[in-house]
Design a protein around this ligand. Structure first.
Ligand code: GAR
Length: 210
């Protein structure tokens, strides 16, 4: 029986990708990251993937600065299917996913967002929380639908907002929680997609006694 195969899409630093990789290496997540893709050719996330020996690939958005054109989405989903990806994890991917992609990965695309959705969808959610004078912020893992940060919620974690917080320190506090709940959410999805926990437990026991 094989492990769940992940494809990760990101545009930036890739700390959530690293958190998933760390959970896998620590034995806390029975999964395999098979490909990491980015719309930003020199994104750190691709460098991290290459360093970890994971296929790292640039997504050609056909010259558009912010849009993710349908043909590019179709090609990306085809590439993920070709790699045998079971579950797509958006990790700081900054372009909107369209129905053409979602129809090829129905209910199998997750996103992590740095707010307690439905509050503060969109860019720099931590900044939006500070500007709104919130005393509590957090992060959310949710299914992706065709809206912006709108799909059904899987897991959330809260953090306090301190009076002297600036954008950087609040985002960092939120990210510490992101790195915990994303692996947990992927574990839940693995079970939902039929990768049974009992099999992991038996193979772990067996490995321990060899
Ligand atoms: C994370 O904070 C993630 O929640 C956010 O981008 C950051 C990526 O960090 N995503 C969004 O805002 C999506 N709407 P990372 O590259 O270090 O994982």
């Amino acid at each position: 029986m094989r492990m769940i195969r992940l494809g990760i899409l990101g545009s930036g630093t890739g700390s959530n990708m690293l958190a998933l990789l760390e959970a896998i290496r620590a034995g806390n997540l029975k999964a395999e990251i098979v490909v990491v893709m980015s719309d930003v050719a020199d994104a750190k996330i691709l460098e991290h993937a290459r360093n970890a020996g994971i296929a790292a690939e640039w997504i050609d958005c056909l010259g558009y600065a912010n849009r993710f054109p349908e043909e590019a989405q179709r090609q990306t989903a085809l590439r993920l299917l070709d790699a045998g990806v079971d579950l797509v994890c958006l990790a700081g991917f900054m372009r909107l996913i369209k129905p053409v992609f979602l129809s090829m990965y129905a209910d199998r695309v997750l996103n992590i967002h740095p707010s307690l959705l439905p509050k503060f969808p969109g860019m720099k959610a931590w900044k939006q929380a500070l500007e709104a004078g919130e005393t509590e912020a957090g992060c959310t893992v949710h299914f992706v639908d065709a809206g912006m940060d709108t799909g059904p919620i899987i897991l959330q974690a809260k953090v306090p907002v301190h009076a002297d917080d600036d954008e950087h320190c609040l985002h960092q506090r939120i990210q510490q929680q992101e790195h915990l709940i994303y692996p947990q959410a992927v574990r839940l999805m693995a079970v939902r997609l039929g990768f049974p926990l009992w099999w992991w437990w038996i193979t772990d026991q067996w490995a321990d006694h060899r």
